[in-house]
Design a protein around this ligand. Structure first.
Ligand code: GLP
Length: 255
């Protein structure tokens, strides 16, 4: 795993955007995995700047969202389909039909999960998956005790995740209890992972994910199993890491 520590959230976004842009430049029909939430916001904004400044072209890029709530309509402003349309598809100029989000409205959610896995495979797999991390160590909506080999399926959100996400809804009781999320096994199948985090509220989860034991109690620790994972964090999110000196040494001695 490569750990990159930068000064602030904007620099986190710039560094992640650089990695994603490299993938898209090499493969205009690349398949990207999209996270929502506030963590990757600066990454998408930085990519949008590149679209304008250096004509980075996303029109052929295909995308798969990590997760979606169950029980709110697609057009709901907090639905991830809507967030992805607003924060990614429009500013980056993706073709809407090229972007898939798990169908949280499906009658048969188990089938919707299987269909989503099938669609990812048919697209040739995800070239690069962008990840945030929840304060309890979740990635996607894989809450603690998620199976390390899980695929897209329905999950029940923890009280703490619902509280964290209540800011996107009118009140806590409006936050859905269930979601459809790519599994940890799905995430591990991506060819490359980029996890971004900023802020002191992520420091505990980040340190556990990067330097703690591999455990379903910290779902993000599963990235330790991936051979191409980059973690990009600001100073605050990195504050509880123990090997920061080493990570900085690596950065200044690139092979
Ligand atoms: C949400 C999303 C995750 C995201 C995480 C962190 O629950 N399902 O994909 O990484 O929470 O959110 P934020 O970046 O807003 O802190």
């Amino acid at each position: 795993m490569k750990v990159v520590i930068v000064e602030n959230p904007k620099a986190v976004g710039a560094a992640a955007a650089q990695i994603i842009a490299t993938v898209v430049l090499a493969k205009p029909r690349a398949v990207l995995g999209f996270a929502t939430g506030s963590s990757p916001g600066a990454t998408y904004r930085s990519l949008a700047t590149m679209v304008q400044a250096v004509h980075l072209d996303f029109s052929e890029v295909r995308g798969f969202a990590l997760d979606e709530y169950v029980g709110i309509p697609r057009g709901h402003p907090a639905s991830y389909a809507e967030v992805i349309r607003r924060e990614i598809v429009e500013p980056l100029g993706l073709t809407p039909a090229n972007v898939s989000v798990p169908d949280g409205q499906a009658q048969d959610l188990d089938q919707a999960g299987r269909d989503y896995e099938e669609a990812i495979i048919e697209a040739g797999g995800i070239d690069i998956q962008i990840l945030g991390i929840g304060a309890n160590g979740h990635i996607g909506f894989n809450e603690p005790t998620s199976s390390l080999t899980s695929l897209t399926r329905i999950k029940t959100l923890t009280e703490s995740t619902r509280r964290d996400n209540a800011r996107f809804f009118d009140h806590l009781s409006a936050v859905p209890v269930h979601c459809l999320t790519q599994g940890l096994g799905t995430i591990l199948r991506s060819h490359e992972l980029v996890l971004v985090a900023h802020g002191s509220h992520k420091a505990v989860a980040l340190a556990a994910a990067v330097e703690g034991p591999l455990t379903s109690m910290v779902p993000a620790s599963v990235i330790q199993l991936h051979s191409r994972a980059t973690v990009i964090v600001d100073e605050e999110a990195a504050s509880l890491l123990t090997l920061t000196q080493y990570y900085r040494f690596v950065a200044s001695h690139l092979p």
